[in-house]
Design a protein around this ligand. Sequence first.
Ligand code: PNS
Length: 162
Amino acid sequence: MPETLAICPGSFDPPTLGHLDIIRRGLRLFDRVIVAVTINVRKKPLFTVEERIEMLRVCFDGDPRVDFDSLEGLLASYARQRGAQAILRGLRAPSDFEYELQMSQMNRHLVPDLETVFLSTEPVGSYVSSSLVKEVASLGGDVGALVPPHVNAALRARYAAP
Ligand code: PNS
């Protein structure tokens, strides 16, 4: 049987426990997952792509089924080039669905046999997003239960008073 591969794309700025849950559960469905961290020149990220990849890598502690890459340009072309069957995304709330549906349809328009697989997040993580985590952390709020410990430490260091 050929190996199954999914691409899990995102900004991951920073990775949250919700992201990790989706990647871990994706590994039950696919033999391998490539986590693709987007380089978006229009967004000004808090962490560099290299920092975000390193934060993700630590979470999977050498698991050979997970690979990490940066992504510049079209996700559909990247997925085709890597030979992936699917894009893996998490759905937190109904409000995510409209945007995600559009993206999945556009990606299938670009690469017709590329499927998008949506996993629903744990209800407890439904309010967690990287942008809210950053906002709360920047204002001194505790996000320790929402991100891995090393990400929490990186946020604290980034927002520590100079
Ligand atoms: O974590 P995010 O920021 O919500 O992820 C959005 C992402 C990375 C999935 C989306 O912006 C994307 O696919 N970017 C790559 C560029 C691309 O292919 N754009 C067209 C999407 S149909």
